[in-house]
Design a protein around this ligand. Structure first.
Ligand code: CA
Ligand code: ZN
Length: 298
C-alpha cells in the first residue's frame, strides 16, 4: 500500500497546488494527518491565543488521482482510521455556540484507551472516529481548510467514518484530494468549535467516475445515501441539500418533484454536521432500502 506522510500539508484547497502524490484510479493510500491545531496542543500549558481560520486545519496532500477529470466525480472510500493516543478539545471567545460567554481559550486533553475516550476519571466516551476536513480543489479561488463548500473541506460530518464513501465534484483534472482534522468523537453540531481533535492515519481508496456529475458532495454509508451542503445558515444549507436530493430522485427514478419531496418528507432526515464554521453544513440522509426499492443508481 502507498503511504503519504504529513511532510506535505496545505491550508487551502487550491487548483494551483503541486501534487504531493500521483496515483491511478483504484489506488489505496494510507495518509498521515495532523490534528486541526497542526499538532501544537500537546500539553495543558499550550495556549490557543487566537485561531486564524487561514492557518489551522492542515490537510495532507494534495493527491492527484489519474482519471479524475474536471466535470466528473471522485469517489473516496474510507477504509480505515487509526488515531493517535491523545486528543485535544477547545473553545474560546466568540468561538462555537457559547463563545459570547468566554474571554479566553480553554483546552481539554484526553487519552484514548482501547475504543474509549477518557474524559475524566468518571466518564469514558465510545469513539466515533471521523474525518473533519476532506475534499478536492474547488473550481474558483482557493478555499481555506477551515471553510466547507461544494468541494468538501471542513464539513465536520460525523457520518464521514470508516466504511463511508464520499463523491466529490471534480473541478480540475486529478481532483487534488486532501484530508486532515480527524476527530476521535464529535457530536452533531460541533457546538464548542472542536471535536476530540487528533492526529492519525486515514486509509482511503480512490475511484474516478468521469461520467458522473454532482453539484455538492454525496455520501454513502452502510444504511444511508445523502447530500452534504454548506451555506451561510443551517436553513440555507438544508434547503440546498434537500433540493439536490429531489433533483437526484427526479433524474433517476422517473418521479416528479412533488412526489419526490412528499416521499423524502416521510423517510429522510435533515441532520446537522456543524454549525460553528464560516459556512454551516447539513446532510440530508435517505435510507438505502428506499432508494433500492425505486431502482435508484448513481
Ligand atoms: Ca473541523
Ligand atoms: Zn476538527
Amino acid at each position: 500500500m502507498i503511504e503519504l506522510n504529513d511532510a506535505t500539508t496545505f491550508f487551502a484547497f487550491d487548483k494551483q497546488l503541486e501534487p504531493a502524490l500521483v496515483v491511478p484510479s483504484g489506488e489505496t493510500v494510507r495518509i498521515r494527518t495532523k490534528d486541526c491545531f497542526g499538532n501544537q496542543v500537546q500539553s495543558p500549558e499550550d495556549e490557543l491565543d487566537s485561531i486564524d481560520w487561514d492557518a489551522i486545519n492542515p490537510a495532507t496532500g494534495p493527491i492527484f488521482v489519474e482519471g479524475a477529470v474536471a466535470g466528473g466525480t471522485l469517489a473516496v472510500h474510507i477504509d480505515e482510521i487509526e488515531l493517535d493516543a491523545q486528543t485535544a478539545s477547545c473553545t474560546g471567545a466568540d468561538e462555537g455556540v457559547c463563545g459570547a460567554r468566554f474571554n479566553e481559550w480553554s483546552t481539554h486533553l484526553c487519552a484514548i484507551e482501547g475504543d474509549k475516550l477518557i474524559w475524566n476519571d468518571k466518564l469514558s466516551i465510545p469513539l466515533n472516529p471521523m474525518i473533519g476536513v476532506i475534499g478536492v480543489a474547488p473550481a474558483g479561488d482557493a478555499v481555506n481548510c477551515g471553510t466547507p463548500g461544494s468541494h468538501g473541506g471542513n464539513m465536520d460530518n460525523t457520518a464521514i467514518g470508516v466504511g463511508a464513501t464520499l463523491y466529490f465534484p471534480v473541478a480540475v483534472d486529478g481532483a487534488l484530494f486532501g484530508c486532515g482534522d480527524m476527530h476521535a468523537v464529535m457530536g452533531d453540531g460541533e457546538v464548542s468549535v472542536s471535536g476530540a481533535e487528533v492526529a492519525g492515519w486515514a486509509t482511503v481508496t480512490f475511484t474516478a467516475l468521469p461520467e458522473l456529475s454532482v453539484p455538492d458532495p454525496l455520501i454513502e454509508t452502510a444504511t444511508h445515501f445523502g447530500v452534504i451542503a454548506s451555506a451561510e445558515s443551517l436553513d440555507a444549507a438544508a434547503e440546498r441539500a434537500v433540493n439536490e436530493m429531489v433533483d437526484l430522485l427526479c433524474d433517476r427514478c422517473d418521479m416528479g418533484a412533488d412526489e419526490a419531496i412528499m416521499l423524502l418528507s416521510l423517510v429522510a432526515d435533515v441532520q446537522v454536521c456543524q454549525m460553528v464554521d464560516p459556512e454551516k453544513t447539513v446532510r440530508f440522509m435517505v435510507p438505502k432500502y428506499v432508494l433500492d426499492s425505486l431502482g435508484f443508481e448513481l
